[in-house]
Design a protein around this ligand. Sequence first.
Ligand SMILES: Cc1cc2nc3c(=O)[nH]c(=O)nc-3n(C[C@H](O)[C@H](O)[C@H](O)COP(=O)(O)OP(=O)(O)OC[C@H]3O[C@@H](n4cnc5c(N)ncnc54)[C@H](O)[C@@H]3O)c2cc1C
Length: 406
Amino acid sequence: MFRKSERLWGKAPLMSDYDAVIIGGGLHGLATAYYLARNHGMKNIAVIEKRHIGFGGAGRNTAIVRANQRTKENLSLYKEGLELWPKLTAELDYNLMFYNCGNLNLAHSEAALSAMRMQVASARFFGIESHIADPKECKELVPALNISEDITYPIFGGMYHPPGGIVRHDAVVWGLAKGAAKLGVHIHQGTEVLGINVEKGKITSVETDQGTISTPRVLNAAGGYSASLSYKMLGIHLPVSVLTIQAMVTQPLKPLLDHVVSSGAYHCYANQTLKGEIATGAHMDPWPNYTTQTTAHYIKHQAEALSEFLPCLRGVRFMRIWGGLADMTPDMAPIMDGNDPIEGYYTDCGWGYFGFKSAAVTGKYMAQFMADGECPDMLRPFTLRRFEQHRLMGEMAGTVVYSPWN
Ligand SMILES: Cc1cc2nc3c(=O)[nH]c(=O)nc-3n(C[C@H](O)[C@H](O)[C@H](O)COP(=O)(O)OP(=O)(O)OC[C@H]3O[C@@H](n4cnc5c(N)ncnc54)[C@H](O)[C@@H]3O)c2cc1C
């Protein structure tokens, strides 16, 4: 029996006034609330979540973390993000289950290997450990790997990134909620934001299905819903397409996969969870939609791909499949912005495949932005204006499976 005093976060009454309202009890909303309270002493904060915390991508992702992105703006952000997980575990006094197992990204052609060499060079320039592995080293790292010529896409080598790994996604949600609530943040689940009010170019209040909240600051951290929310409530168009990502797990198996393995050619990535399941995902559905529906096509695709490069999985059963929404920008880099064109309105969205690994570090910088009103240097390149100024980032090269959308 769970006593009230043992709950990780309590239920607070919805106040009519908050210093900041955060829309979305996902990873980014909770992380920003936590850092606003922790680093900036702002306690009167509401996180408004229409369902339950972790309902969005936060509770549906495959929990992979890494820092070997492609562009300089993203590399430094993700490097700091990766380094934060162990610190956050200690700080929150909550086991986020960071498993630093390393990520192996397979190359199936000389062209893919050359691209990886570029990626490794960029990562190293920023002090991020990463190197090219030949097929023999790939096999040593993942003994279950099929490095024979006898598969559709033979393995030419790979890019190994030892500092990456897996963090337990729901532990991150619960740990951040615990930490934020302990610092006084109110988490309102089952409460939907229906409108945002602006007067003379400034945020004044937020309409929810439980009442109106006066506030000078609003963060849109609504994940897959952020673009529609922004357009419907404020008329601000975000260049975000919403696509479905599906993932699935097999029956639990004895330990056989000690790293995250991904393959761009097979459009498949996999890792073994602490429960022994093989968690695996693919690229996104090739059309924009707002559904979390799953399709038989992906089960077949994953089964075919895995049984080629990890043949010991042939005949293993999938136990569960699920889908989540991915908010994709044209350059596969996020939008982090604020005070433009509305004072007090902040946006943190467009995370696509990358919103889990980046959550803690982004929360830290978005909190700084919201508290000071000045954009931190780390976030400046991610402005929405980059799309009208033709300064796109080309972070697609940093993905490990490719979106058919781009
Ligand atoms: C299958 C899958 C696998 C993935 N794997 C990885 C991975 O391995 N690594 C990685 O880095 N990323 C991964 N991602 C991406 C990652 O999960 C997302 O980028 C991340 O969850 C985005 O976090 P967020 O806080 O922006 O949004 P979310 O976690 O989606 O949270 C948004 C919240 O806003 C709420 N909301 C929406 N509208 C309203 C409203 N009007 N009022 C109140 N609340 C509202 C929603 O209910 C939701 O809870 C994956 C995603 C999927 C779907």
